[in-house]
Ligand binder design. Structure first.
Ligand code: ZN
Length: 77
């Protein structure tokens, strides 16, 4: 079944075009080493269509919106 879905940047609201290199962000507590407690962490990864469906992932249209997201996250927003 063919279907189209449109993603929107979670920061600026831009719709995503097919050729655009977007990014995905996840803010989740994580431990860098097994002995350490989990800490709040911001993860960025290049666009991946499978990951884009993940419940808690944020869709970002580029570096500027990634920075805005990081600013908000660091301020606890
Ligand atoms: Zn954006």
């Amino acid at each position: 079944m063919a279907f189209t879905e449109t993603y929107h940047c979670d920061v600026c609201g831009n719709p995503r075009g097919d050729a655009e290199d977007w990014w995905l962000a996840l803010t989740e507590p994580a431990a860098l080493i097994p002995e350490a407690p989990a800490q709040p962490m911001l993860k960025l990864t290049p666009w991946n269509i499978l990951l884009s469906h993940a419940a808690k992932v944020r869709h970002l249209c580029g570096a500027r919106c990634a920075q805005t997201l990081m600013d908000r996250w660091m301020r606890g927003e």
